[in-house]
Design a binder for this molecule. Structure first.
Ligand code: PMP
Length: 408
């Protein structure tokens, strides 16, 4: 009965947001935020999204019928091309099963649920996440009965990738393990492998017969270039891996609340590939039907209008560069001010080396709490800051607050 339901721990992110909202000090800074903000700290509706919305509203045939179970076909086919490339052999050979999902979260969940049912492995074999990873990974996979282990990822010493640690963990993981990888702009560290390192990672995954699962929440948002940000996924596909991808359109379209996303399962090349993908597609239909029946229409319609129109697509790319450019600028300004205050000993280099929305500052939990108390600058306890929360009005103030606490 209901008496048996224990109180769940508070989501640390929601706690942080609530504390920020309660704070009445005007100069407070929100660096916990997981969404893009413009230079006035306001949400930004992409101009190209506004245009697509107008096109949509003028469509006399628009109605509110259900989408098909697999989602809007123009959206899922464009989503495939976006992540795998227009010339992708997997797409051309029809070796990809794609379902529209409830944004990236829903795509990760669909992949987890599918693998928990069909991936052959000993029942206690874990899935491997980077340490650290997006906090939600743990609960999404444990909810579908997959236990998890971590592989080293972030080096506190270099504030970059612990590549050797990662490699040796992947080597010693039981053969055939599922390995979760962030396609680009790793959350929360902002640290990505180089292309050479990705090639080495692919070698180990191949040698150990592991299964790569890419989570791609920031394509185009990381470098501002859609191709660059999809490089790792495309490389693995070109190497003939069987893999899956969870794709989110929340950040790169600013469609957070509209829940536009896609799940892709790619089989390796071979005479049976199309049959295999047909069987997988049929099973995914049952999962989708039993969980959400039909995906939501609005966000997928907006993204589809933009992705399928060359002129709007170009404008979208410009909008992406506006967002990634502002973030890169904030990285430079934050590092610059910290070095101005602290001396150019290179210890803030990681701020500009890391990419995407987040940066792992290296601040300890104690320092994080002190900055919150003294300067009203809010960040998560692991020292992660959202670069999108910085702007020309608060970056110097934030640098001064960080400088003060690291000197103490
Ligand atoms: N994966 C990662 C790594 C993320 O950072 C996010 C967004 N915070 C997601 C998936 C999913 O986000 P959404 O469900 O909003 O697309």
């Amino acid at each position: 009965t209901s008496d048996n339901v224990p109180q769940a721990p508070e989501d640390p992110m929601f706690g942080l947001m609530a504390a920020y909202r309660r704070d009445t000090v005007e100069k407070k800074v929100d660096l916990g935020i997981g969404a893009y903000r413009d230079d006035n700290a306001k949400p930004w509706v992409l101009p190209v999204v506004k245009q697509a919305d107008e096109i949509l509203r003028k469509d006399p045939n628009l109605n509110h019928e259900y989408l098909p179970i697999a989602g809007l076909a123009d959206f899922t086919s464009a989503a495939q091309k976006l992540i795998f490339g227009a010339d992708s052999p997997a797409v051309k050979e029809k070796r990809v099963a794609t379902y529209q999902t409830i944004s990236g979260t829903g795509a990760v969940h669909m992949g987890g649920l599918f693998l928990s049912k069909f991936y052959p492995r000993p029942s206690d074999q874990p899935i491997y996440f980077s340490s650290p990873t997006w906090v939600n990974h743990n609960q999404i996979f444990s909810n579908v009965g997959l236990s998890s282990k971590t592989y080293p990822y972030f080096s506190t010493k270099t504030k970059g990738l612990d590549f050797e640690g990662m490699q040796s963990a992947l080597e010693s993981a039981p053969e055939g393990s599922i390995i979760l990888l962030h396609a680009c702009a790793h959350n929360p560290t902002g640290v990505d492998p180089t292309r050479e390192q990705w090639k080495e990672i692919a070698k180990v995954i191949r040698a150990r017969k592991h299964f790569p699962f890419f989570d791609c929440a920031y394509q185009g948002f990381a470098s501002g270039n859609l191709e660059n940000d999809a490089w790792a996924v495309r490389y693995f596909v070109s190497e003939g891996f069987e893999l899956c991808v969870a794709q989110s359109f929340a950040k790169n379209f600013g469609l957070y609340g509209e829940r536009a996303g896609a799940f892709h399962f790619v089989t390796g090349p071979g005479p049976d590939a199309v049959n295999t993908i047909g069987r997988i597609f049929s099973q995914l239909a049952i999962l989708q039907r039993s969980e959400i029946s039909n995906p939501p229409a609005y966000g997928a319609r907006i993204a589809s209008i933009v992705l399928n129109d060359p002129a709007l697509f170009k404008e979208w790319e410009a909008n992406l560069r506006t967002m990634s450019g502002r973030i890169i600028d904030m990285r430079k300004k934050l590092r610059g001010k910290l070095e101005e205050l602290n001396g150019k000993d290179g210890s803030w280099r990681h701020i500009t080396d890391q990419i995407g929305m987040f940066s792992f500052t290296g601040l300890t939990e104690k320092q994080v709490l002190k900055i919150r108390g003294d300067a009203h600058v809010y960040m998560t306890k692991n020292g992660r800051i959202s670069m999108a929360g910085l702007n020309t009005g608060n970056v110097e103030y934030t640098a001064e607050a960080i400088d003060k606490v690291v000197r103490e």
